[in-house]
Design a protein around this ligand. Sequence first.
Ligand code: A3P
Length: 303
Amino acid sequence: MARLDVTETFHGITFPGHLHTQDSLQSALRFPFQDTDILIVSYPKSGTTWMQEIVTLICNRGDPHVCQTVPNWTRAPWLEQHYCAMVLEKYPLNPRVITTHLPQHLLEPALQGSKAKVIYVSRNPKDVVVSYYHFCKMAKFFPDPGSFQDFLNQFLDGRSYYGSWFDHVKGWTRQTETMSNLLHITYEEMSLDPHCAVEKISAFLQRPLVEEELNSCLKHSSFSSMKNNTMVNCTLISPEIMDHSKGCFMRKGELGNWKSLFTDEQNQHFESVFSSRMQDCSLKFVWDVPHENRICNKEGNPN
Ligand code: A3P
């Protein structure tokens, strides 16, 4: 299934046809969640793979064996991608860890009444769009992103693959008010205080860890470990599908990397779209506090 140039449009949102079909998208909406499932939800480039690694490590009490031997798309498959049903059948997971980039309103009926534990990861959208731009340059199943200006306009207008970042974040985080089985955590929290973030996730999953297990989770989910782990760094994906000469999936892992690409003008425009699109959202994001102005290194410490 190459379909590198195919785009699927589903409920007004575009998806890469290399990974999705109308059938796979439709099946996701009818997915029979089990109460023991763990669902990782994110807009692309928000730290999805990082959360897959942390959850896998927590479920294995810090033992890295599964992380180091099973690709993330097998141990935490994306619900809406065409191979998901096959993976879940062929490799029974306990617990099932499932990933999705779908917006909340599309998954709401399937999740209704379910006690599945949902972890929503969000990230500073300026860092998301920069990460997304670099990813599109290497992923041959995404259209050529063109100039950063064009790509940014598409992102702000909600025309990127997987839809609008604003709608995605607002849709899922609104649920934190009513769903006790939903944890919202940010990439920034994970970066600035990974110890606290892993503790928070393990408590939410009701899988407490002793200090040694927690330290092992931290070690094996660090940027440097994951960058060298072929099960998550995308190097298993063939060059016909991902052009590794154009970049690295585990690219920077920083807070504030948007500053490397945004002009002052783009930043001002972004801020004005952000304030108008988020005015109906009461959530305080971590990048609203002074940390926002700090560029952090991979260990989460200010440079
Ligand atoms: P950058 O491109 O800014 O480096 P996703 O998994 O949702 O596609 O997100 C990918 C982004 O998460 C990339 O961001 C990647 O480097 C970053 N990332 C992955 N693992 C990480 C880790 N352990 N620590 C920090 N950032 C990580």
